[in-house]
Write a protein that binds this ligand. Sequence first.
Ligand SMILES: Cc1cc2nc3c(=O)[nH]c(=O)nc-3n(C[C@H](O)[C@H](O)[C@H](O)COP(=O)(O)OP(=O)(O)OC[C@H]3O[C@@H](n4cnc5c(N)ncnc54)[C@H](O)[C@@H]3O)c2cc1C
Length: 502
Amino acid sequence: MSTALNAARRTRELAELAEAREPVDVLVVGGGVTGAGVALDAAARGLSVVLAEKHDLAFGTSRWSSKLVHGGLRYLASGAVGIARESAVERDILIRRTAPHLVRALPQIVPLLPGTGFAGAALVRVGFLAGDALRISAGTPGSVLPRSRRLGAAEVLRYAPTVAAAGLRGGLAFWDGQLTDDARLVVALARTAAGLGAKVLTQCEAVEVSGEGALLRDRVGGEGVRVRARIVINAAGVWAGEVVPGITLRPSRGTHLVFPQSAFGGLNAGLTVPVPGETNRFVFALPAPEGRVYVGLTDEAAPGPIPDVPAPSAAEVDFLLGTINSALRVPLSPADLLGTFAGLRPLLDDGTGRTADVSRKHAVLTDPSGVVTVVGGKLTTYRRMAEDALDAALARTPLPAAPCRTRRLPLVGAAAPAALSAVPAPLHLVRRYGTEAPAVLAAGPATPVAPGLDTTLAELRFAATHEGALSTADLLDRRTRIGLAGTARTAAEQAAQEALSA
Ligand SMILES: Cc1cc2nc3c(=O)[nH]c(=O)nc-3n(C[C@H](O)[C@H](O)[C@H](O)COP(=O)(O)OP(=O)(O)OC[C@H]3O[C@@H](n4cnc5c(N)ncnc54)[C@H](O)[C@@H]3O)c2cc1C
């Protein structure tokens, strides 16, 4: 079956669902990385699948992450060896097998500045060595993710030209995985699932959810379709408690700032700066597509009603600016900002500790009606979360299903590094589309959608015909990330409208 998602397929599949006499095997609620991962796993086991997403693919937390596929170093520091190892294993699967086109090795450097004590530097070094051990234990070779090492001052400045040079003693470097973009991973998962027969229905809110199915409210056509299902999986992230009662989440907000690359003089590594007075907490600057740099990350309790789109607070912006500036020769100011973004971590309430300490381990919970909720965890471990959720559901409701096969199932566009480097298309397109890059080039004019942007009209058209984009917001805020900078978003609006009506 085709992996192409578009408005015509959505309409047809909704109509088929309304006519269906048999229940579907698996109904997945939520089209973030977790729900898309569950849909893919279930379809790959040979089950019939419907994924219902209230808004668009990656509408929720999955588009607000730091876009890192990380090996769990941070969890190691807090003694959570199991979670750290799980992250390292999943990173290996993504970078080498399932999505090598979307994940690349990124050096992360800690500059040794006059304010960095020798004890602090030694602690970072030990942490990096432990990270190397994790990488080796997960089977990732040094040719894919090089081992950590010490850098000279000149090398630090080559990676991060605006670091304060006075008194710089060099730096420490560690290699981790970086996604081209988090929302693109979600779209690739959903399309791969669609290629195996899953019905991926965006703009469909699941209400009246029980272990027997749900009512899907079509937010485009205004109709309601009742779906009966043998298995129902709730993957609604921070909204999981609104889908089924009894799930209590304790969301934590993480904020990023968006700068132009020029503000960092051409950053080509992750620049990692310790937060003064805290151990194991850092602010980092990451090079990003469209000539941008993301600076993150905060970790703030976010109680109360859950907004569709979370907003950063002024205090978070000040904190990030202040911390990153402590490592820079020329301080950045709010005037340098292109934009900001914030997301809510869907953490389960364990009733203890401050938000930053709540476990990042995922949980699979079954409610009395039989709905299986999968929540917590992180982007990097979506595959394992999906596998655990389906294993739990199938243990309760046995169906004729093959064992999980997502460890070795390449996502749409994936190929081995040699094949990817032979794709006849510019590198930035191969990193977005993998082997599909030539098809994207053929989809329309290679004209940039607005001055100063590298995204083309062809990419927007491909998003409408193959990636399920139904609106200009889908195009600008999720299939591309133009919308992370307000001015660029306004400039590209007309091109997005043209792409939808082409
Ligand atoms: C700031 C920040 C940075 C992060 N950085 C990283 C990182 O670098 N690496 C990493 O591995 N992890 C990272 N994470 C964690 C990771 O982003 C999340 O764990 C993950 O994206 C959660 O995905 P999800 O699919 O569970 O939830 P979501 O992405 O929120 O998906 C839930 C979906 O359910 C839909 N929905 C809700 N209600 C309904 C309904 N009734 N019917 C249908 N659909 C519904 C929503 O619209 C939404 O699209 C970060 C998290 C944050 C907040």
